[in-house]
Design a protein around this ligand. Structure first.
Ligand code: 4AD
Ligand code: MG
Length: 439
């Protein structure tokens, strides 16, 4: 038998015999010529059979082998500029390994409900496939970029005794005789212990929010990567984020350009993602929103009063005013988490920033952290958080406390913007939302 060749390496095997293994995307016959499009996970390739060459039995099989059957094909690689991917295979032998039952997802249009119900199969479709390859690239780039900068991956627990990002959206579970445990909303608090041990660390894992949110930007389970750096202030944090996100986008452009193009992404918008990113103070953001809302030109944009958090429409509007991601900085401390360092010049605002991607909204949230023990204890009390559960976190401010900063990037949000996906649920193999836990 010839050597097995993945579809994405066929170019290198011009005129050679190969063995392909995969699944049948489509078959069709036209007179004495038959076609089988095979997908193997690395790509699709058209295999062409001529009746007079392969014989009637094999040729007739092309009419009977159902969509998504698993098959082996033997044939000769023909480089042909007109073929998609630049190659096709002259089919000589076809073996059906498993004949598929009638496949529910057909080339005709299906609604999103139906597709989500068949998510376990939908991931085989070419656009979903492209999107998930972009995701895999973002996940790899997000870690490797940090590894290259000397960060240590520091894994944080998923079952925790305390809340990181507020108590309203915690998933609670019974934990033996120890009472309740919560699924983590963020690894940040724990990663701060690693920062004091290693200097530059990140955690990366699933995080959970029992948000009763029905928007296209919220999942109840999502993946977050959270770098944390000792001796880093607010500005250092922004500089790190803009280099980081630009590096990730550049790598996806280099390695997944074809997938981005298949998804119809405007590549020029991605090419523009280079530092520096504009900084927009929250105060100015409120003024911009209010001017636009008063003009009546922005449908659905409601005015803001100082102290309110930005909503999704505000973020979309603001981010559209810039040609690359923009940092909205120094939000009112009271709308942000308890651990954020107040601006010494203006304690009513926090040394924090959200990074908004153009036309999309928040993909990164970060801040300088409180490093003074007394202030942290005050904030815990003000937020009504139980001192006992946070004792270890406060401890980090007892033994060589230093200014430090970090941020969290939601993988699905980053993928959604980079790939131009409208709905977060397609950026992860199995989305968990308010209404969906199957499959
Ligand atoms: O802004 P958030 O809540 O920040 C934190 O959790 C910090 N502890 C991060 C840190 O400083 N280490 O969440 C960070 C990011 C958001 O910018 C967003 O991309 C994503 O996580 N995110 C969600 N993604 C999907 N579904 C949700 N429900 C999300 N909530 C936050
Ligand atoms: Mg946030």
């Amino acid at each position: 038998m010839p050597e097995i060749c993945p579809v994405d390496r066929l170019q290198e095997r011009a005129d050679r015999e190969v063995l392909l293994r995969g699944w049948v995307r489509t078959t069709r016959r036209k007179g004495k010529i038959g076609f089988l499009v095979l997908r193997d996970g690395t790509g699709d390739v058209q295999c062409v059979a001529v009746r007079s060459e392969v014989g009637d039995a094999l040729f007739d099989l092309l009419d009977r082998v159902p969509q998504e059957s698993s098959v082996e094909v033997e044939g000769t690689v023909r480089v042909d500029a007109r073929a998609p991917g630049g190659v096709e295979v002259g089919l000589r032998a076809l073996r059906v390994l498993h004949e598929a039952e009638p496949y529910p997802i057909t080339p005709k249009e299906h609604g999103p409900e139906f597709l989500m119900e068949h998510r376990h199969l939908w991931v085989r479709s070419s656009l979903q496939h492209a999107l998930l390859r972009v995701r895999a690239e973002v996940v790899a780039a997000a870690q490797e970029w940090l590894n290259g900068e000397g960060f240590i991956r520091y894994d944080t627990p998923i079952l925790t005794p305390c809340a990181c990002e507020g108590t309203s959206d915690l998933f609670e579970t019974k934990y033996f005789d120890l009472g309740s445990a919560f699924l983590t909303q963020s690894g940040q608090l724990y990663v701060e212990s690693g920062m004091m041990a290693f200097g530059k660390v990140y955690c990366f894992g699933p995080t959970f929010r029992s948000e009763k949110s029905k928007t296209r930007r919220h999942l109840t389970e999502f993946w977050m990567i959270e770098p944390e750096v000792a001796f880093a202030g607010f500005e250092d944090n922004l500089a790190l984020q803009e280099r980081y996100f630009s590096g990730i986008v550049r790598r996806v452009l280099e390695r997944r350009r074809a997938d981005l193009a298949a998804l119809g992404r405007d590549l020029a918008a991605l090419e523009r993602v280079t530092p520096p990113f504009p900084r927009l103070p929250y105060d100015d953001a409120v003024a911009m929103v209010n001017a636009a809302a008063a003009s009546g030109k922005e449908e659905g944009l409601t005015p803001l009063s100082w102290g309110e958090d930005l909503g999704a429409p505000h973020e979309v509007f603001l981010s559209r005013q810039f040609d690359r991601p923009v940092f909205v900085t120094r939000y009112p401390a009271k709308v942000k988490a308890f651990y954020m360092q107040p601006d010494p010049a203006r304690p009513e605002v926090a040394l924090c920033a959200d990074l908004l991607a153009p036309g999309y909204g928040e993909i990164i949230g970060g801040s300088e952290r409180i490093h003074d023990r007394a202030l942290l204890e005050r904030r815990l009390a003000e937020h009504g958080l139980p001192a006992e559960a946070f004792r270890w976190y406060v401890d980090l401010r007892r033994y060589g406390s230093v200014p430090h900063s970090g941020f969290g990037m939601g993988i699905e949000r980053a993928v959604a913007w980079i790939a131009g996906a409208t709905h977060l649920r397609e950026t992860i193999p199995f989305a968990r939302t308010l209404y969906k836990i199957y499959p």
